[in-house]
Design a protein around this ligand. Sequence first.
Ligand SMILES: Nc1ncnc2c1ncn2[C@@H]1O[C@H](COP(=O)(O)OP(=O)(O)O)[C@@H](O)[C@H]1O
Ligand SMILES: [Mg+2]
Length: 381
Amino acid sequence: MFKTGSPVKGKDFIDRKKDLPIFRAYLNNNQHVMIKAPRRFGKTSLVKKLFEHEKSFKYIYVDLRRVTNLTMLANQILEKAYACAGIDRFMEQFKRSITELLKNIQSIKIDDIGEITLKHLEGGVKDEREYFLHSLDVVEKISLKKNLNIKFVFDEFQDILRISDDFMLEQIRSVIQHHEAVRYVFLGSIESIMTKLFSSKSSPFFHFAKIINLEGLEVDELYEYAKETFLNHNIEFDESVLKMLQFLQGHPDYCAQVLQALYHEGIIKGFKKIDYDICLNALTQTLLENRAYLEELISKTKQKKHHFEVLHSIANGYAVNLSPSSLYNIHVSLEEMGLIKNIERGKYIINDIFLEVLLQQKDETLLLGKRIDLSKFSKTM
Ligand SMILES: Nc1ncnc2c1ncn2[C@@H]1O[C@H](COP(=O)(O)OP(=O)(O)O)[C@@H](O)[C@H]1O
Ligand SMILES: [Mg+2]
C-alpha cells in the first residue's frame, strides 16, 4: 500500500538506498548531521525510519515548527530527557510534588543538574535563554551518566530564528560543541537558510555537521516498488506509470499520493489496466487535492511586492522587467520562503512540481471547472 498524510515508517517507507546508508554511517561515526530538502521531501520520514528499530542509541526528537517559544521547547526537551533517565512525566511530577520529584532526581544520580532544573522552574522560568540552554546540558549529562548515546533531532531547525535570534545560534553552538555524549541531527526545509547556517564561514555552525542534500526518491526504486504492489494485486499497467513518476521527479509525497490514487482505482474499479488516461486523471485529482496548500503558498507571495510576478516568470520561463538588485532580493526572499532553488548562476527552479504546474495554467476556466491542463505531462509520452 502507499501511505500518505504523515511521515512514513516501517514497510510503507520506500527505501532510500543511497541516503539511508550514508546517514547511518555518519551516525555510527559519531558525527553531527544536517539534512536539507524542500518541504515534503521525506526528511522526517528518513529520520524516523532509521531510528525506529535502532537499539544502539536513544533519540530525542523536537519539531521547531510546533513550538512558539524557547520555554515551550525546553519543557519538551526536559520531559524527554528525564524520561530517558527513567523519570516519566517530569512536568506533571513537578506540579504534584517538588519534594517527591527531588527524591526521584537524586535517585537517578546525574550530579546536581536536576537540582538546577528545579531552580529554573521554581517560581516560573525567568530567563528563557538560560533555561533552554540548560535543557540541552541536561540531555548531555543524562546521556553521559546513563551511557545512552543520545541522538538529538531538531526538526525544521531554521525555525529557531522565528522563535529566537542569531545570537541564540551562537549560544547553542557554544553549548553543544562541548557535548560528547550527544550527537545532533538538524533537519531543515528552507535550504538557503540551512546552507547559510552550516556552510557559510561566518556562521556559528560552519563545518559543524555532515551535510546530506536529500533529493526526490530514485524513480527506478519507486517504480520497482509500485510495480511490485500492483502485480501483487493483479493490477495491470503500462509505461505511463513510469512516465508519471518521472514527471513528478520522484517527489516522495506526490508520488505516494498519486500511486495511492491509482491503487484505489485498480482495486475499486475492478483491476482495469492503468493507462495514460487513468494516470492523467490521478495526477489531476492529486493536484486538486493539494490545491488549498498550493494556493496558500501562492497567496503568501502575493503579499510581498513583485514576488508572485517573479515566481510566475520562473515557472513559465520568461524574464521580468525589474532592476537586477530588486530581482536579486526577490530571489533571495523566495528562496527563504522555500519556494525556489538556485541551480546555477542566475537560474532558478520551482521546488514543488505541482506548484509549477499550477503556475503554468493559462486557462482560468479550466481551473474553475476543477480541471488542470497537463500538456506538460502529455508531452513526455
Ligand atoms: N521514503 C519514503 N517512502 C514513501 N513515502 C515517503 C517517503 N518519504 C516521504 N514520503 C511521503 O512524503 C510525505 C512527506 O514526508 P515527510 O517525511 O513528512 O517530509 P518532510 O519532513 O521533508 O517535510 C510522507 O507523508 C509520505 O507520504
Ligand atoms: Mg518534516
